[in-house]
Write a protein of this length. Structure first.
Lengths: 288, 353
């Protein structure tokens, strides 16, 4: 019984971390059809922002929940202005340019912070369930992921901003003809996506620590989740995270953590072969 | 005139290639020759992506998978067989079969450009993760330990066919590598001039139209993808002979480098990526030594490569060959009337819709 609860919590935590990892990418990809290969480095930057702020004496929660998203969001806005803006509609070129950006960021952070692991310990202590123990912080992350999904849904469904976003997503030319400014929408979208990514980076930093090259560890998972999810930003990400997170955790419990990751990636590749448009390209097509 | 000019290009490549092949061993020290061997091995890798991306429009982010598989297959087989000729053959064969399986999966699934990039990237990452954790007894294949993170430092050197134990000297490996590079280059040239090559380019230009004309696009893509896989495997095998095999062969930086070479050299040409590869290798080597010098500690190879890539994508999308062609035309234009605009179709970098 206790074991089952722990297993469920682990699955929940794996799903939550996939949601956090990929939600920013999903926003950018879903809205703009831009693949941001520097996504992993945005996460890395968020982690460094949180840890640096914390070491400078900022409260840990403020560092993770405010400083990290703000820093990365501003950086994202800058990148959109300088690079992405010139490449709209050129998907492959965007991928290449953002890859260049990711290399440059790795190089820059290595020069500034050095090629060593920095970390902070996870807050909130631990919780014991029967004979097992688990971190309270991981349960907190499950809550944050759920909250982000619900908040995103509310914004998209009920606000004017959400309406504009959905319109641009469906048919950007028509949305522009009706008086929205696509260039501004894209700029805001990219900044919001980057900020969400920064938040995720900050929140995950206590669990994994940060090194300049940590982006590579995240990026494959984030991509796979977004691409498997398909066109719908929120439900796609949620369903794909649930499926892949469960597969990952169960395989990890049964075998080893490396095989868990391999199983996740293999499952995603098979899924894409069966559903090339992603899960929400086939099912739940009207979802958000 | 035009035809003559294109033959002139081939002759120049051949002369320079043969010059390096026979000239360098006479002039340079062993260290430089080994370095040049690595460059030439990487140049074959650049050629593999130049072929499948530049001419078939398949953006494979995971050429490193075939590169690494080639190297690992060679090392494992050579340790087990005790001689290297059959191991080398196997090292080309196995990755080609793997490319066939992966290609079947992707092209018959009609997966679009971007997804194809992500899947190939993922496959090479899976292999990287997997090989990285293969330390320990249970991961021995026959007599060969996979060695996890450390790779197989005792990768055997090629021996002369039929004479096990009679290893090639570094100079011989150099000649073999550069020779194979030249052969591969001209083989690709010839391949592209055949009917098969023309259909390939037609598919790149407009996949739907090629399909409506009756060509089985999937089959052609699969075939060229296998050729690309075989070339990458050959490169891995030669690389294993001048360095040794380790999981980094599968890693993201390797995949990334290949793409950077192609972009900087010029997509849609064969010679561009080769030039790009050699230039970037030399540059990376220089940067690596430069940042040891005092006052240049801020020079990080990743930083420079990344900025270069962004700059090229934004400002020089046709790469160095594009720049060179423009400069050449301008020079030629000074001497005589410029040729009609339609003579040379503009290289466009649009993807298939």
């Amino acid at each position: 019984m206790d074991y089952a609860i722990i297993l469920l919590l682990q699955i929940g935590s794996a799903i939550a971390s996939l949601v956090l990892l990929s939600i920013g990418l999903a926003v950018i990809f879903g809205m703009m059809r831009v693949i941001n290969l520097a996504h992993g480095e945005f996460l890395m930057l968020g982690g460094y922002a949180a840890i640096t702020a914390y070491n400078k004496g900022v409260n840990l929660w403020i560092a993770m929940l405010v400083v990290a998203p703000l820093t990365v969001g501003l950086f994202g806005a800058l990148v959109e202005r300088l690079v992405i803006r010139h490449l709209y509609g050129r998907l492959i070129d965007t991928m290449l340019a953002t890859w260049g950006l990711s290399l440059a960021m790795i190089g820059f952070v290595t020069v500034v912070f050095g090629n060593t692991v920095s970390g902070i310990s996870a807050p909130l202590g631990s919780l014991s369930i029967g004979g097992y123990r688990t971190g309270r912080y991981e349960i907190f992350l499950i809550g944050v992921a759920a909250l982000l999904l619900v908040a995103g849904w509310l914004v998209l469904r009920y606000t004017r901003l959400g309406l504009i976003a959905r319109g641009t997503m469906q048919n950007s030319a028509m949305a522009a003809a009706l008086g929205t400014n696509p260039s501004a929408v894209y700029a805001v979208t990219f900044a919001v996506g980057a900020a969400l990514t920064g938040l995720a980076g900050g929140l995950l930093a206590p669990l994994s620590g940060v090194v300049p090259t940590i982006g590579a560890a995240y990026i494959a998972k984030a991509f796979i989740t977004v691409i498997s999810g398909g066109a719908a930003i929120l439900s796609g990400t949620a369903i794909a995270s649930a499926l892949l997170g469960a597969i990952n955790t169960i395989t990890t419990f049964a075998f080893t953590s490396v095989l868990g990751e391999v199983a996740l990636l293999v499952a995603a590749v098979v899924l894409l072969r069966l559903l090339p448009q992603g899960i929400t390209g086939r099912f739940f097509r009207r979802a958000l | 005139m035009k035809r003559l000019a294109s033959h002139l290009g081939n002759v120049v490549v051949l002369v320079v290639g043969l010059g390096v092949l026979f000239g360098l061993p006479a002039l340079a020290e062993t260290y430089l020759i080994i370095n040049a061997t690595i460059f030439a091995a990487f140049a074959i890798l650049a050629l593999s992506l130049a072929l499948i991306w530049g001419y078939a429009g398949i953006l494979c982010f995971g050429q490193a998978a075939f590169f690494g598989l080639g190297g690992y297959t060679y090392a494992v087989a050579a340790i087990n067989f005790g001689e290297t000729t059959s191991a080398a053959a196997l090292a080309i064969l196995l990755p080609t079969i793997f490319a066939a399986l992966l290609g079947y999966f992707m092209f018959w699934g009609r997966i679009s450009d971007v997804y194809l990039g992500v899947i190939t990237l993922t496959v090479s990452l899976i292999l990287y993760r997997f090989v990285n954790q293969t330390a320990g007894e249970q991961w021995n294949i026959g007599d060969a330990p996979l060695g996890g993170f450390n790779g197989i430092p005792a990768t055997p050197i090629l021996n002369w066919p039929g004479r096990p134990g009679d290893q090639l000297a570094p100079e011989d490996i150099f000649s073999l590598t550069v020779g194979l590079l030249l052969i591969a280059y001209f083989a690709c040239k010839i391949l592209l001039a055949t009917r098969f090559g023309r259909i390939m380019v037609a598919i790149r230009e407009n996949e739907t139209r090629a399909e409506l004309l009756g060509y089985d696009v999937r089959l052609y893509k699969l075939a060229i993808f296998m050729v690309g896989g075989a070339l990458a495997a050959l490169s891995g095998l030669l690389f294993a002979n001048s360095v040794f095999v380790s999981p980094t062969m599968f890693s993201l930086p390797v995949s990334g480098q290949i793409i950077i070479w192609v972009i900087i050299g010029g997509l849609g040409t064969l010679i561009g990526p080769l030039v790009g590869c050699i230039l970037m290798q030399v540059l990376t080597n220089q940067l690596g030594t430069l940042n040891q010098v005092k006052g240049f500690a801020w020079v990080d190879p990743n930083l420079v490569l990344g900025v270069l890539l962004v700059v090229f994508v934004l400002l020089v999308p046709r790469g160095l060959t594009g720049l060179a062609t423009d400069a050449w035309r301008r020079l030629a234009g000074l001497a005589r009337r410029p040729p009609p605009a339609a003579a040379q179709p503009v290289q466009e970098r649009t993807s298939n819709p």
